[in-house]
Ligand binder design. Structure first.
Ligand code: TEU
Length: 551
């Protein structure tokens, strides 16, 4: 059995990772060239986001062919070499399976559009409600209606994401078998992990107008979802106990996640949930400026920690991915306490019960893009919403302010390797601009500096390997009502761990409700020697500590 509880995953967005052939786009040989860097960090898995043949409307989350590699990223031989070279370093490869939808250029969809009845049943085609009216009022996650009209057919097809991403009909057994086949194909190539994109949206509840919301109630955690996941498991990855799986669960509930990631439920190893990353939204509305609500953040994190444990289910724990702004800009500070706050945020995640995920660049404290011109943006979601916000009456300046905070492109600027041109990402013209701060924030500098954010992440990963209490311990929230400190306690076979983090740039006194006598500090983000632990401690700005006691 793969011990995913002791593992850490590093997420690679290949397009922005490292360009080996000067075309301005990162690629698979580029990932291979950087394996020693990843090995130095100490992670167990690399999750590589989609590099299959795709028109790239959504950077590869629009798959045209699940069995072939997009030439922009390399060849099958490059992929096999990557798996082999990673394996030599004790790193396993996790692939990203986008099974809720395909690209509209996928052969299945083209056949459907050509009128082939078999393939029409692979998707959701429906008649309009009335002349010129879509079958339901559901909204696409990227803006506008979730239905697209096809005049030649006088029918609409469903796309929860971009119009070029038609939803697959999982109620059709043939579709389910096609997708199991895809997994088996990649298992043969030595793939040892799978991340399933928005996989809790695959079972639709029926097609009616949503009187209350944007439609998500009709397709989120739908009626057959657990059955379909069990079936996928049994018919593909479940045959290999070494394989680790993670489902991306959009707007999900704890109750469903107990089952998705329950130890004995035969579905997935773990889940990504996103409620903690909506604390700077207004409800579900992302395209607004609202200060992050710390109390809410804490409550959500603690609830998921406690309840998932109660039900013997497993979380993926994370702040960042390719859809999220950079965490140091979001919940930390880009200013004087940039380094301290980045390390503090890392501590919160890496001390928790769950498998930590690190997104490329997070380990060096990369910040938001700071783009101020729409020509710098690439993401379809940002481009759409920039227009929609202005249609709603916001000024261009206000629309920019919102994009600068929430755009997914904030997390997608190229990896900052060194002080060379384009941060060493490419010597061609980068597909997206590199963040202007690469001379100050880059991997080369941080590898040399023992006190860097990179080395702090490396130490956190070492601790998880060394101390079973981090991987297997129980979780208990501490001082839940404290308005500036996030603290919790872990316990395993008599060993205790207290993680305490000051979330703000001001000093604060903190008293540990369960006492701290006998504890020693395993790791902290301020450089000072042994510090005597008393029950009451003064935390410096953004200070974080991992305290440990045996017996
Ligand atoms: O993301 C799903 C998803 O729900 C987010 O894109 C989210 O809706 C968005 O950020 C809302 O603001 C997955 C992938 O991670 C993402 O990159 C894809 O674009 C999406 O699915 C479609 O495949």
């Amino acid at each position: 059995m793969a011990d995913f509880k002791k593992s850490v995953v590093y997420q690679i967005y290949p397009k922005s990772f490292y360009d080996s052939n000067h075309d301005g786009l990162g690629d698979l040989p580029g990932v291979r060239e950087k394996l020693d860097y990843i090995k130095e960090l100490g992670v167990d898995y690399i999750w590589v986001t989609p590099f299959f043949v795709s028109p790239q409307r959504d950077n590869g989350y629009d798959v045209e062919d699940y069995y072939h590699i997009d030439p922009r990223y390399g060849t099958m031989e490059d992929f096999e070499r990557l798996v082999h070279e990673a394996d030599k370093r004790g790193i396993r490869v996790m692939l990203d399976m986008v099974f809720n939808h395909t690209s509209s250029r996928h052969e299945w969809f083209r056949k459907a559009l050509a009128g082939d009845e078999k393939y029409k049943k692979y998707y959701f085609f429906r008649k309009g409600k009335a002349q010129g009216k879509a079958p339901t009022n559901w909204e696409s996650k990227f803006g506008g209606s979730a239905w697209e009209y096809v005049p030649e057919m006088d029918e609409y097809y469903l796309h929860l994401f971009d119009v070029s991403q038609p939803d697959l009909n999982w109620d059709n057994e043939e579709v389910r078998e096609e997708l199991r086949k895809v997994i088996r194909f990649w298992m043969e190539k030595g793939v040892k992990g799978f991340r399933f994109d928005v996989v809790n949206l695959i079972s639709k509840r029926g097609f009616e107008d949503d009187e209350e919301g944007d439609g998500r109630g009709f397709y989120t955690d739908g009626p057959n979802i657990h059955k379909y996941l069990k079936e996928l498991n049994a018919g593909s990855f479940g045959k290999d106990a070494e394989i680790v799986t993670v489902g991306e669960m959009s707007s999900t509930s704890l109750e469903n996640c107990f089952r998705y990631a329950g130890e004995d439920s035969g579905e997935l190893s773990m889940v990504f949930s996103f409620h903690h990353l909506k604390v700077d939204f207004m409800g579900n509305e992302k395209w607004v400026l609202v200060p992050a609500d710390f109390m809410k953040l804490k409550k959500i994190l603690f609830d998921w920690q406690e309840k998932m444990e109660e039900h013997n289910a497993w979380n993926a724990v994370f702040w960042c991915n390719h859809d999220q702004p950079r965490v140091v800009s979001r919940f930390g500070s880009e200013g004087k306490y940039w380094k301290e706050s980045a390390k503090m945020l890392a501590t919160v995640i890496h001390g928790m019960r769950g498998t930590p995920y690190i997104y490329q660049g997070e380990e060096i404290g990369m910040t938001n893009a700071g783009f101020h011109d729409i020509a710098q943006y690439r993401d379809v979601e940002s481009l759409n919403h920039f227009r929609i916000l202005q249609e709603k009456g916001l000024t261009e300046a206000d629309a920019y302010r919102i994009l600068q905070v929430h755009s997914r492109d904030n997390g997608r600027t190229p990896m900052q390797w060194n002080t060379d041109q384009n941060g060493g990402f490419t010597d061609g013209v980068p597909w997206m601009e590199v963040n202007g701060n690469y001379k100050d924030i880059n991997a080369a500098q941080q590898l040399r500096d023992d006190d860097s954010i990179f080395h702090y992440y490396r130490k956190l990963i070492c601790l998880r390997k060394e101390y079973d209490v981090i991987a297997y311990g129980s979780f208990q929230a501490l001082d839940g009502k404290n308005p500036s400190v996030l603290a919790y306690r872990r316990e395993y076979e008599g060993r205790k761990l207290v993680v305490v983090c000051n979330f703000y740039g001001k000093e604060v006194d903190w008293e540990c409700p369960t006492g701290l006598s006998g504890y020693r500090c395993l790791l902290g983000n301020y450089q000072d020697g042994e510090r005597e632990m008393e029950d009451k401690i003064r935390l410096r700005p953004y200070e974080a500590m991992i305290l440990y006691k045996e017996g």
